[in-house]
Design a protein around this ligand. Structure first.
Ligand code: HEM
Length: 410
């Protein structure tokens, strides 16, 4: 297709209803929530890998670590899935022509995505329940943990393919009607880049490393803390953080060398350089800062991974912008705006107040329970936090019906 035709097609595919607030807000939130999504994806993949290694090891420490990391993997899957919904919402608002075309072209995979994910989660829980009874001589049903990790990677690959296909609007028609013959099946994957995919997956190693270091900090305050085990875990975490980050940086460079033609010279731009530096940053930080056990006493490693992830997510978004804007003349910034302040305010209010209050309560309970030996009983203050969170939800539901009623009555 001619370049001008592609631009025209993209604008024609836009939602004529417009969007309710400035497009840059959607992109900003998209980048932020993608960074959070991918951090938990990496945490879940990395801790699953440790669980598998632990299950095959005869070393007591590895076995213990594997069991401990499985607890983190279970929670991370649900957080990764829940937070994954957010970038999905944002990307389909400003890049709707691209996102929907890509989804329709591989519809079978989009539908399979959810079933594969359910199976992956079941497989993880199957392994968990099979090994829940402490002290069993040999870990049982290790295959199910391996299956879980493999299926999670399939899910991630589908997401990666959808994201990749978005970047080739000049080829959609050929994919949809190869040699003029319509193909409605949606049964093919048309574009992917294994180096880019490998890069995002490889960050699971430094993220898991950062988790192991912070695990020591979290558990060391317990009365029954086994410092020898915790020190060993943090030391291992440091190695994972350093080695993993170097691997990721190499893959990032590989990704930049294999960009689509329409990306122009993005591979040598400031965003590409920043992305590379941030992929390497955890290794540099761990080498400089984690010289002795004293420095293991912080939650900093996870914060480092989050900051690196945020910059990398921004660089990834700049790549999409460069390809779509410079390559195909599609600029998300000129989306028609039909300003709706109530809906924008409600969104941020819900995010900050409802989300903030409920999350603060849940995290406080989970945090304190993890640091308590035996059964944890919440204090009065924590109880009150729960009551306030409940009331905030009730008020939110009431305003939902009132505003719905007002709109309906107009
Ligand atoms: C649990 C297994 C999952 C894995 C391993 C995974 C992995 C990934 C990876 C590697 C990417 C980056 C792709 C790229 O830029 O090349 C990605 C992007 C994304 N994922 Fe996930 N993901 C998972 C689940 C989910 C779920 C359940 C959702 C939503 C319900 C989701 C929504 C997204 C979205 C919206 C993007 C970004 C799309 C874009 O900005 O172009 N993911 N995921």
């Amino acid at each position: 297709m001619e370049a001008a035709q592609v631009t025209e097609m993209l604008y024609a595919l836009r939602n004529p209803a417009g969007i309710p607030t400035f497009p840059i807000i959607f992109i900003g939130l998209g980048v932020l929530t993608f960074a959070l999504h991918i951090l938990f994806v990496q945490l879940m993949l990395g801790t699953s890998l440790i669980t598998i290694i632990g299950s095959f090891s005869n070393d007591d420490k590895w076995r213990r670590l594997g069991a401990a990391m499985l607890e983190i993997a279970k929670v991370s899957v649900s957080v990764a899935i829940v937070i994954g919904v957010a970038p999905l919402l944002f990307v389909q608002v400003v890049y709707d022509p691209n996102w929907y075309a890509s989804n329709v072209l591989s519809a079978d995979y989009v539908i399979a995505f959810i079933f594969i994910l359910i199976l992956a989660y079941w497989a993880m829980y199957f392994y968990y329940f099979r090994n829940k009874v402490q002290g069993s001589p040999e870990p049982r049903s290790r295959w199910s943990m391996i299956l879980s990790l493999a299926l999670m990677l399939c899910v991630g690959f589908i997401m990666h393919a959808l994201t990749s296909q978005m970047l080739y609007p000049d080829q959609w028609r050929e994919w949809y009607a190869p040699a003029g013959q319509m193909d409605y099946s949606g049964s093919s994957i048309h574009a992917y880049n294994l180096i880019r995919f490998g890069f995002f997956i490889s960050l699971a190693i430094p993220v898991a490393g950062a988790m192991m270091i912070t695990y020591r900090r979290f558990k060391m305050v317990r009365e029954d803390a086994d410092m020898e085990f915790l020190d060993w875990t943090a030391e291992l975490g440091k190695t994972w953080m350093k080695v993993g980050s170097v691997i990721s940086a190499v893959l990032f460079a590989g990704w930049m060398m294999t960009l689509p033609e329409k990306a122009g010279d993005f591979g040598t731009s400031i965003w590409a350089i920043l992305g590379f530096v941030m992929a390497l940053f955890p290794a540099i930080w761990a080498t400089v800062r984690l010289k002795n056990n004293h420095h293991f006493c912080s939650y900093m490693p996870l914060a480092i991974m989050l900051v690196a992830g945020l910059v990398i997510a921004t660089s990834r978004e700049m790549l999409r912008f460069t390809i779509m804007n410079d390559g195909f003349g599609y600029n998300f910034m000129d989306y028609k705006i039909v300003m709706d302040w109530y809906s924008t305010g409600l969104f941020f209010g819900t995010f900050a107040i409802v989300g903030g209050a409920v999350l603060a309560y849940m995290l406080t309970v989970a945090w304190k329970a993890g640091q308590t030996v035996g059964v944890y009983t919440p204090s009065k203050a924590v109880d009150r936090m729960g009551t306030i969170a409940l009331w905030i939800i009730v008020l939110w539901v009431i305003q939902f019906f009132i505003s719905g009623f007002i709109v309906w009555a107009q």
